[in-house]
Design a protein around this ligand. Structure first.
Ligand code: ADP
Ligand code: GLC
Length: 488
């Protein structure tokens, strides 16, 4: 079976969040199961030079969308056993960062059309095109409309994965009409129209043959009004085609035993882990102490991640508890300002680093005893899984993938790999942090919690199998004997 992943980011080429981790690791897990899985994404300026240099141009062609005709290069390289394709257009992608210049509608409509054209130049016919989030939502739409009778896509089915329903790619109807060249009939309530505007995410949700999202709980949550971001009725309508498959992590890429970013390699030894804590304290200017509990946070600084709860309780926890915080993140100004101020006021207890830093993130997972992630909603969350992998005990709110991967410690049964609370409420969060800190001081209980976390399998093994079964069901419709038509 051949699978083409269309995504706006993928490790090791370009990353802003968990989508890149998934698009990097899942193809590897599928390939290990004998599925030819390839990945296509834009050629951003951000791609590290040493990786970009390995790509070779396999074709160039013109992409026509709306009234525009744009140059497109198709580059290819094999990295760590996976074939990656890059869509090259410097006008759209040669700039710093991945998103947010005000023309993302045009950039990602171009990307979707470019993917539709690019398959003509590949030595590969995708049985499934697996699209991720709104940036690729128009691919399932194009597959069922403009490209419905195109021989290049004759037998291809589409899967659309919701990584985050909050970001939908909503633009004006006139703008998307202009960009796609599609007529009025495709901007109705049963197509791209969304509350008087047009939604790229809806292109995926309406037209993909199968929908998935990144945890079982989130798959249920998004069918409700509270989590549904005004798409819940559509998701209820399509619930027969929607499955939740929890994310895994790349255990090779994130391995405390073999992580060049760390000072001391370790696996289950807490004393070796604590050497990393000392190094983290040294690096961030906190007082050195193996015994004081250190709470880590690595996150986008946005409301989703529970920063309203963190900021509401931050000072009180600092004043009343003997604990340290190390926080790495970038995002909304109000949270950045607050955290900066806290680190100035309490330099012995709180260290804040603003920005994106993969190596420091790893040192925080390794150097922290606890990892806080009290998200308001969380489709899956990879940070809590990385924390567990690095034996840092997660404190989470019971929502989405956090609920599916973290079980609250129960001192009576000795079960549980972390701490959790249910209501989105600052006092419940504070109570849970305090409970975690008090159990940290109980050495036996602590070892048990860490051991419980270490026992579980957070790799892609199980979930890759679940995706494979989604693909197999879809590809079963393929008429086996019919050869792929000639493509001009
Ligand atoms: P989301 O995708 O919603 O941001 P996830 O938990 O799924 O959340 O994934 C976040 C990923 O991005 C993790 O790999 C995490 O370590 C990484 N990450 C988040 N913020 C930073 C940062 N400031 N620096 C380095 N890595 C970060
Ligand atoms: C999104 C979600 C996050 C999920 C990630 C990868 O960024 O916010 O919860 O883990 O996608 O699926």
């Amino acid at each position: 079976m051949n699978i083409l992943f269309a995504t706006s980011e993928a490790v090791p080429l370009a990353k802003t969040g968990g989508l890149a981790d998934v698009a990097g690791a899942l193809p590897k897990a599928l390939s290990r199961r004998g599925v030819d899985t390839r990945v296509i994404l834009p050629k951003y300026e951000e791609i590290p030079q040493e990786l970009a240099a390995q790509f070779e141009q396999v074709a160039h062609f013109t992409v026509s969308f709306g009234w525009r005709n744009q140059y497109c290069g198709l580059l290819q390289a094999e990295l760590d056993g996976i074939v990656y394709y890059l869509i090259d257009n410097e006008f759209y992608f040669k700039r710093r960062g991945l998103y947010g210049y005000g023309d993302d509608a045009e950039r990602f409509v171009f990307f979707c059309f470019a993917v539709m054209e690019a398959v003509r130049y590949m030595d590969f016919h995708p049985d499934i095109v697996h699209c991720h989030d709104w940036q690729t939502g128009l691919i399932p739409f194009l597959l069922k409309t403009r490209y419905a009778f195109d021989p290049a896509w004759a037998y291809t089915k589409s899967v659309f994965t919701i990584h985050n329903l909050k970001y939908q790619g909503v633009f004006g109807i006139e703008q998307l009409k202009d960009l796609t060249g599609a007529g009025d009939d495709l901007f109705r309530y049963d197509s791209l129209e969304f509350h008087g505007a047009a939604s790229c995410m809806k292109g995926g949700l309406v037209y993909a043959d199968k929908l998935t999202t990144v945890s079982g709980t989130y798959a249920e949550e998004i069918k409700s009004e509270y989590f549904g971001e005004h798409l819940d009725s559509l998701l209820r309508y399509r619930s027969g085609d929607l499955v939740g498959i929890v994310n895994g992590i790349d255990e090779e890429l994130f391995d405390p035993m073999n992580d060049p970013a760390l000072h001391t390699p370790y696996r289950d030894s807490l004393s070796r882990k604590r050497k990393n804590k000392i190094e983290l304290q040294r690096e961030t200017g906190l007082p050195l102490s193996e015994s004081v509990p250190l709470i880590g946070i690595v996150s986008r600084l946005v409301e989703q991640k529970g920063f309203d709860l963190i900021t509401a309780t931050f000072e009180e926890l600092l004043l009343t508890e003997d604990a340290q915080y190390v926080i790495l993140g970038a995002g909304e100004e109000r949270y950045e300002q607050f955290l900066k101020e806290m680190s100035v006021r309490y330099p012995d207890k709180a260290a804040i680093r603003l920005g994106y830093d993969d190596r420091l993130a790893r040192r925080i997972y390794a150097g922290s005893d606890l990892f806080a992630m009290p998200s308001k909603f969380e489709p899956c969350g990879l940070s809590q899984l990385l924390a567990l992998r690095y034996r840092s005990v997660p404190i989470v709110r019971e929502t989405g993938g956090l609920k599916d991967t973290v079980q609250a410690y129960d001192e009576y049964t000795g079960e549980g790999n972390g701490f959790s609370f249910s209501n989105y409420n600052a006092h419940d969060y504070m109570y849970t942090v305090r409970r975690a800190l008090s159990l940290y001081r109980n050495e036996e209980a602590w070892k048990q919690i860490v051991r419980n976390g270490a026992k579980e399998d957070y790799s892609w093994n199980r979930s890759a199998k679940a995706y494979l079964s989604v693909y197999t069901q879809l590809a079963a419709h393929r008429k086996e004997k019919e050869p792929w038509p000639a493509i001009s």
